[in-house]
Write a new protein. Structure first.
Length: 348
């Protein structure tokens, strides 16, 4: 300290971060969390393919595509962070001068991942809905399709002319608001739809089946709240101050949250099957499902106590491997012979 100068008289050596630097913190935090979620997605994907080898080929391809989308997403945001903090370490303003291609890729892949997974859950609801309730999955598909299209418009039109990132975000405010609002609304509708139909199945179920349905309801609410809350949080942060970039933290992890929600839902079938077996079923009836796939033998296993109601069944697909349950079905056909409804698991 210079003699004769009080501490309060010393010049200030710190200042609020410039707009160029304020983006680094949120992106670093978001990238770190995104890579953690990608690790969980990879682990869950391995679990899925090892536990359910006889799931339909369409579902396996869908899971693989979701994993690839998230890999592209984390690669894009990781590349942006590398370019900003390492390549252009001495000139961080480069981060905001032009819209980086990696950031555009992450926005696009986010929309694709979100929309496809929401459409998947909409298909599940469609399979169990009847009559006028078919409108619910149709609305979900419409919202999911909008989320697929909305990111495409700013990515391919707003980036022309090499605008700065701040100008790009300002011009495409409508896209962020629309995308996040649609995601939150769609997730909420999925939760309400699944819980409603599960609750309907619960009223026609035996005590043993009620335990499983309660588990499904709890998991549906928990996973649905995670994604809808994240979408709503990003929307709120963007509305408060778009150029402090805190909303980017949430945007970086959104694809990972949706991917893990999907895989957790698929992998939970093994837990539900174990729960059903633990409750000591006393009958095991094998019902062929028709033409088996090459090199596999598929049968539908129906677990029921001797006095079970025909309106309440739990069915699993047997793939000759331990813990490889493929679907949890709750049907309430009342003797009409209608096809069992797929609620808790795979939709072929």
């Amino acid at each position: 300290m210079a003699p004769g100068l009080a501490p309060s008289a010393l010049p200030r050596t710190t200042s609020p971060p410039t707009p160029e630097l304020s983006i680094i913190g949120p992106v670093e935090l978001g990238v770190l969390m995104a890579f953690i979620l990608f690790g969980l997605t990879s682990s869950q994907s391995y679990t899925y393919y090892s536990r359910f080898p006889n799931d339909s080929r369409k579902l396996k391809v869908f899971v693989a595509f979701v994993w690839i989308c998230e890999a592209i997403h984390v690669g894009a945001i990781g590349n942006y962070l590398w370019e900003t903090t390492v390549v252009h370490f001495e000139e961080p303003e480069i981060a905001l001068v032009d819209v980086p291609t990696s950031m555009l890729v992450s926005f696009l892949v986010n929309g694709v991942t979100t929309g496809l997974i929401e459409a998947f859950f909409g298909l599940r609801i469609y399979r169990v809905s009847k009559g006028g309730y078919k409108l619910i999955p149709c609305i979900i598909w419409l919202l999911a399709f909008a989320q697929l299209i909305i990111p495409v418009v700013p990515v391919f039109t707003g980036s022309s002319g090499n605008p700065s990132l701040i100008d790009f975000v300002s011009e495409q405010t409508w896209a962020v608001y629309s995308s996040m609002a649609l995601a939150a609304a769609c997730d909420f509708l999925i939760v309400v739809g699944l819980v409603y139909f599960l609750w309907q199945a619960r009223s026609d179920s035996q005590r043993r089946t009620i335990v499983i349905v309660d588990k499904l309801i709890a998991w549906t609410i928990e996973t649905g709240l995670i994604t809808s809350t994240a979408a709503a949080l990003e929307l709120i942060l963007f509305a408060i101050n778009a150029v402090d970039w805190r909303w980017l933290t949430v945007d970086c992890i959104l694809a990972g949250l949706y991917s893990n929600t999907l895989l957790a839902n698929l992998n939970s079938r093994a837990v539900l099957r174990a729960l059903d077996l633990r409750d000591s079923p006393t009958e095991l009836i094998a019902i062929p499902l028709g033409h088996p796939r090459p090199r596999t033998r598929k049968s539908e296993l129906e677990f029921r106590p001797p006095t079970t109601n025909a309106n309440s069944i739990v069915t699993w697909e047997d793939s000759n491997t331990a813990g490889s349950a493929s679907a949890l079905d709750f049907s309430s056909s009342n003797g009409s012979g209608s096809k069992p409804a797929v609620v808790g698991g795979v939709v072929d």
